[in-house]
Design a protein around this ligand. Structure first.
Ligand code: ZN
Length: 406
């Protein structure tokens, strides 16, 4: 019997420190092409403002587009702690129905004064800036409907380590698509009224244990989509306790919030795959948008864990050969669907899984809600009793390849 050593790595790991992030609220409806992800900060007035906006957007979408063919709603976010007190959150709404509509809403909140901040609170001499901003916008968006220039209110802005980004719009571009108009202004060209702390990083080392698998063992891969979330940790604990492993297809815009969870995934011998950055319906994306959705997640996972994912799971399980040609990542679907997010009950989840598993199966769960954690221990116990070993998807693919060579 041949043994294959599947994991034996030592790598440098970068851990981000010094944040007080709470959790990401994640609602993904795999049937209806709705994906909503936004942060819950633990600050009541900020959280109330964010959830009021999300609810309003969601209700309007359901009302307005109910007679359309497969309308898509995608709400994603950016989150940035500018310093110990000030948080900037943006909610990016994309609606795809007869045409694409892009909207943004931003919030900047000061924990110390308990107030929402405007641009006037952030940069000096906004009046002087205004002229230059308009000039640059005209230059950048020659093809846009120019009405947007009279609408500049400076209500919507985000700040990262390098730029202050001002959003205006949406505005109608020549091809009649409705896009966000924005301008990046380098921070070092501005007189800021607040201090901005750059991200602090520290180095660490991560050692990963070895796993021995006989390639003629019966094997199965547990996979988890749409996380990480506050429920992922419990799943990781159950996997570890039962000497099992999983492959987590993460949504890139959440991983910074759950950096410790990601590190734990890798440490415990699980695999991380890419499930896009903001869970948009991929078939509607241009090649550049698609590549961007993949690359941003690759970079985030690498930054946090030191690993670059090799696997990609398409959102809503849908893709074309055209999309496949734009990336070297291996596309991974599933043959057993727990439908955990839909059936919501342990007994039903087990019933969806156990009778359908065969040697080499890939089982689909979701770790953005509590239901997978309810059933996973029983699923593992049952599969062990049927003689299965648990492997990651990359290990499974490697085993299948070795078997084909026999
Ligand atoms: Zn998904």
């Amino acid at each position: 019997m041949k043994k294959i050593l599947l994991i034996s790595v030592c790598l440098i790991l970068v851990i981000t420190t010094g944040c007080n992030k709470k959790e990401i609220k994640s609602e993904i409806n795999e049937d209806k092409h709705i994906a909503i992800n936004y942060p819950i900060t633990g600050i009541n007035s900020l959280d109330d403002a964010i959830s009021a906006y999300v609810n309003k957007t969601c209700n309007n979408f359901k009302k307005k587009y109910k007679n359309y063919n497969k309308p898509e709603l995608n709400i994603s976010y950016t989150y940035k702690e500018l310093n110990n007190n000030i948080i900037n959150v943006s909610l990016n709404t994309e609606i795809n129905a007869d045409k694409k509509i892009n909207k943004i809403k931003t919030f900047t909140y000061d924990k110390k004064t308990k107030k929402f901040l405007s641009m006037e609170d952030i940069v000096q001499d906004l009046d002087v800036l205004d002229y230059n901003i308009k000039k640059e916008l005209l230059e950048k968006y020659k093809e846009a409907d120019m009405d947007f220039l009279s609408n500049i209110s400076y209500d919507y802005f985000t700040i990262d380590d390098e730029n202050l980004t001002i959003y205006i719009g949406p505005a109608i571009l020549k091809d009649s698509s409705s896009e966000l108009i924005y301008l990046d202004i380098p921070l070092d060209t501005l007189d800021m009224l607040i201090d901005i702390d750059k991200a602090k990083n520290s180095d660490n080392y991560l050692h990963i244990k070895k796993r021995n698998i006989d390639y003629d063992d019966k094997v199965v891969a547990l996979t988890f989509d749409d996380g990480p979330s506050k429920y992922t940790n419990e799943i990781l604990d159950i996997l570890k306790k039962n000497d099992a492993c999983g492959t987590f297809f993460v949504v890139g815009n959440k991983v910074d919030f759950y950096d410790k969870t990601l590190i734990k995934m890798v440490k415990n011998g699980n695999e991380i795959g890419n499930h896009s950055y903001s869970h948009k319906w991929l078939n509607r994306l241009s090649p550049d948008e698609f590549k961007n959705e993949i690359d941003k997640t690759q970079n985030e996972v690498k930054r946090i864990t030191g690993f670059t994912p090799k696997l990609f799971r398409p959102t809503y399980g849908g893709y074309t050969d055209r999309l496949k040609s734009y990336t070297d990542l291996i596309f991974v679907l599933w043959d057993v669907d727990s439908s955990d997010w839909k059936v919501k009950r342990k007994d039903k989840i087990i019933k969806n899984v156990i009778p359908n598993v065969k040697d080499g199966s890939i089982i689909l769960f979701h770790d953005n809600h509590e239901y997978a954690a309810l059933a996973i221990k029983s699923v593992i116990d049952e599969l062990y009793s049927e003689g299965y070993k648990f492997v990651t998807v990359s290990e499974l693919l490697e085993i299948k390849e070795l078997r084909e060579k026999e």
